[in-house]
Design a protein around this ligand. Structure first.
Ligand SMILES: Nc1nc2c(ncn2[C@@H]2O[C@H](COP(=O)(O)OP(=O)(O)OP(=O)(O)O)[C@@H](O)[C@H]2O)c(=O)[nH]1
Length: 486
């Protein structure tokens, strides 16, 4: 395609303007009720993130006339594209904006097409990249991972894919950019797709990975297909954005089911019953049982009203598996790529309701969901003075006392922090003799610091990076050389 020619220049903007003038209600109906896709762009320095977004905005007629004039002026002065208008400047900021010296960690850009509204979390700058990405990714539906066709997959490509996966993004578009610089070579595109699938996607759990060969500079396959890559018959980048399914936030939460009972009516049937406490599970999914860590695939999802293909939050189901693994009441089923923490030493917030004060070292029963485990508190970190909110040291927790303690269980629990999953993160304390409920607790974190970002209440990014590194070391030993902040 020729650099910035725009076949339908003004068409959609014009259409919208006409509609506003003629029939405001029809306009609102058409545009306000579009669904909204949030996406995030990631790539190494100079892969062409800004050019791609600039091209997307330009070719979909999102640029106002005055902006365009400023863009032409700036391109001549500071652009990197010679005679052509440098569309990257649209995203990197026009001179007037740059002069104000505004630095934004994550800029959200908003645009709309005939089919959808979009929010782009643009994460400029390469320093503190992880931090920017984490902020942007926390609300994104789709991650766009840019790869420079000449450079191929880099350590950054792996790292960014890993991080967006950890942050719960399940849909990815891998845009192989700068195809014009590899003579639009199909073999290069095919090779990079294969490498991405084998070296990255197979280690992570994305529900969809799309590949699209583009030239952000010249516009091929961004909004229009162009003629340079007749061998590619798939959707353009824009059509992917317009058609990718938006997964609802509840469904994005990690899957959790605490086994209520093992259902064995006869020798031919063995099912595990419980209620989905978060996320979604599908027939064919691999699931992991915690605390044992054993894995199997879902054979069927049985309910009172018949079998299901998928079950969501709140569904009361019985799961059958393709493998006979040992599962008991109180075990937690999850997806292996997004497991809860497992620990027997937990930092908890405790509300004490017993007439008799809680003393560290005394034995109690702890009940969380369908599991009951014995154990004891080994430490009281502080008690909160409810009048002043001051923390004060305490040797015991009296009736109505509220505080933070460390709980040692006799057997580990799979848990999520209370703030992310109330079922998986709460428990009651039971007196072993009288069976009376003595207190209620909320799990914060495992004390041995194995907690992951997902379970971390405060967004402490330095800690987040440390944790990600730990995770990488644990799950991807061959990636241990990665410098997460690079
Ligand atoms: N030939 C060619 N050059 C491109 C293409 N996409 C981007 N470029 C050029 O590559 C350089 C970097 O592009 P940017 O869009 O600024 O890259 P970026 O990823 O946003 O870079 P940072 O903001 O520094 O992370 C610029 O000189 C672009 O003109 C492409 O498809 N083909």
């Amino acid at each position: 395609m020729s650099q910035v020619t725009n076949p339908s220049s003004g068409q959609s903007a014009h259409h919208a303007a006409e509609l506003i003038r003629k029939d405001i209600n029809a306009y609102l109906d058409t545009y306000l009720h579009h669904d909204m896709l949030r996406f995030l762009t990631c790539g190494s320095v100079d892969d062409g993130k800004s050019s791609l977004i600039g091209r997307l905005l330009y070719d979909s007629n999102q640029i106002f006339e005055d902006h365009m004039q400023a863009l032409q002026k700036d391109s001549a002065k500071v652009g990197t594209t010679g005679e052509m208008v440098d569309l990257a400047l649209l995203v990197d900021g026009l001179e007037s904006e740059r002069e104000q010296g505004i630095t934004i960690d994550v800029a959200y850009r908003y645009f709309t097409s005939e089919k959808r509204k979009f929010i782009i979390a643009d994460t400029p700058g390469h320093e503190q990249y992880t931090r920017n990405m984490a902020t942007g990714a926390s609300t994104a539906d789709v991650a766009v991972i840019l790869v420079d066709a000449r450079k191929g997959l880099l350590a950054q490509t792996k790292r960014h894919s890993f991080i967006v996966n950890q942050l719960g993004i399940r849909q990815v578009i891998v845009a192989i950019n700068k195809m014009d610089l590899v003579q639009y070579d199909q073999a290069t595109f095919d090779r990079l797709c294969e490498e991405y699938k084998n070296e990255i996607a197979s280690h992570l759990h994305f529900s969809e990975v799309h590949f699209v060969p583009v030239s952000a500079l010249l516009g091929d396959n961004v909004v229009y297909a162009g003629t340079a890559m007749p061998w590619y018959t798939g959707p353009t980048f824009m059509s992917l954005l317009e058609t990718i399914e938006i997964i609802q936030p509840e469904a994005k939460a990690p899957f959790r089911l605490m086994v209520q009972y093992v259902n064995r009516p006869n020798l031919d049937f063995r099912g595990y019953s419980g209620t989905v406490s978060s996320g979604t599970v599908r027939v064919g999914d691999e699931v992991m049982v915690l605390p044992s860590g054993k894995k199997a695939k879902i054979k069927s999802i049985v309910t009172y009203d018949g079998n299901l293909e998928a079950a969501e939050l709140g569904a009361a189901i019985t799961l059958t598996l393709d493998d006979e693994i040992d599962i008991s009441r109180g075990d937690v089923l999850c997806h292996p790529f997004a497991p809860p923490e497992v620990s027997d030493v937990l930092s908890v917030k405790l509300v004490w309701m017993g007439e008799q004060a809680m003393v560290p070292g005394k034995r109690y029963l702890f009940k969380s969901g369908t599991r009951t485990t014995s154990g004891e508190f080994i430490r009281i970190d502080h008690q909160v003075d409810v009048n002043t909110y001051q923390h004060q040291p305490a040797a015991q927790m009296p009736l109505n006392g509220i505080g933070q303690c460390v709980l040692q269980l006799d057997a580990p629990w799979a848990f999520d922090a209370y703030r992310t999953n109330k079922d998986m993160g709460s428990f009651i304390v039971i007196d072993r003799m009288s069976n009376a409920t003595m207190g209620a607790g909320m799990i914060r974190v495992a004390v041995d610091d194995r907690s992951t970002l997902m379970h971390r209440p405060d967004t402490d990014y330095a800690e987040f990076e440390r944790e990600l590194n730990q995770l990488i070391r644990k799950h991807f030993p061959h990636w241990h050389a990665l410098d997460i902040t690079g």
